[in-house]
Design a protein around this ligand. Sequence first.
Ligand SMILES: Nc1ncnc2c1ncn2[C@@H]1O[C@H](COP(=O)(O)OP(=O)(O)OP(=O)(O)O)[C@@H](O)[C@H]1O
Length: 362
Amino acid sequence: MNQTIIRFEQVVKQFDDDAPVLKNVSFDIEQGKFYTLLGPSGCGKTTILRLIAGFTDATSGTIYFEGKRINDLPPDKRKVNTVFQDYALFPHMNVFENVAFGLRIKKLPKAEIQQKVHEALRMVQLSGFEERQISEMSGGQRQRVAIARALVNEPEVLLLDEPLSALDLKLRTDMQYELRELQQRLGITFIFVTHDQEEALALSDEIFVMNKGKIQQSGTPVDIYDEPINRFVADFIGESNIVDGVMIADNLVEFVGKQFECVDSGMRSNEPVEVVIRPEDLNIGPVEGGKLKVKVDTQLFRGVHYEIICYDAEGNEWMIHSTRRATEGQEVGLYFEPEDIHVMRFGESEEEFDARLESYDE
Ligand SMILES: Nc1ncnc2c1ncn2[C@@H]1O[C@H](COP(=O)(O)OP(=O)(O)OP(=O)(O)O)[C@@H](O)[C@H]1O
């Protein structure tokens, strides 16, 4: 297991008399991994980065870096650097001077500055661009200058606050590959902030899904996609069908008036639950033999699949991603397997959820 580099213990952040924007947040960041803080606007992602960088103080709780409490350590003493959303480059300086800026402030010897700046530009593949003006650089190149300016300080952790949000879709995808490749090549810890779930799934070793000042779920992209802990996570990550249900017994759940075999267990008998089935796990076919009868309402061709919207007898909407066309107005059967049903318990904490998942393997 990798070493823990940053630890948050019960961290609360409150501005003035407002409600706290971070509510008892605890997590561990391991050295050398790519982390993403994912959540809607205002959920507290940037506040976490600012606390790590030392730009703001925790109201309560403890922040550790390599095992030492750093709550009172000034930003310039922390081994972290931030790449901001707008890059915060100096437009009137060339590339070299932008990257060298922090080192000049620190009054490093000229030869050392030269060497460090060239090394940082080499890391982001901008060698030879030293004399270019920022105004002559493309969006992707500016982003790389901003990263070089952070890397020149040899941080152990790089904080990236929505660095791709200003780029168009094509460049954004290219930069996603570049960032991932850079992180793997350098082996330093990246903590990346985004509200784009696809970006988070593509880039991260670990994702923290946040909402309203709390981490709702943390885990690998696959864990979070396959086993969302609650309605918020299921909705925020990918498309979901979510219906109310009742857990009849271990491996048996009831929804839309029928009982289905599932792989979940460890809940009270007759416990109310929410049931998630991903659109790509659903198929349509003849009514006879199907698990649920639904009526096709609309369908859209999405390139790789048809997105088909159906309704069951109780009026629940079901979205299906299928390579086969459906006929609007037609009654069809819904087909799915026990392992495609994900049962979510109301109000379950992440620890309880993890313990329940582990119990399935035993
Ligand atoms: N200096 C401040 N004074 C008062 N409230 C603040 C301050 N900074 C942030 N907040 C509030 O804290 C909450 C969390 O803000 P934060 O910037 O961490 O969210 P975020 O998840 O990064 O959002 P976004 O994706 O929009 O950047 C917001 O409600 C914001 O208004």
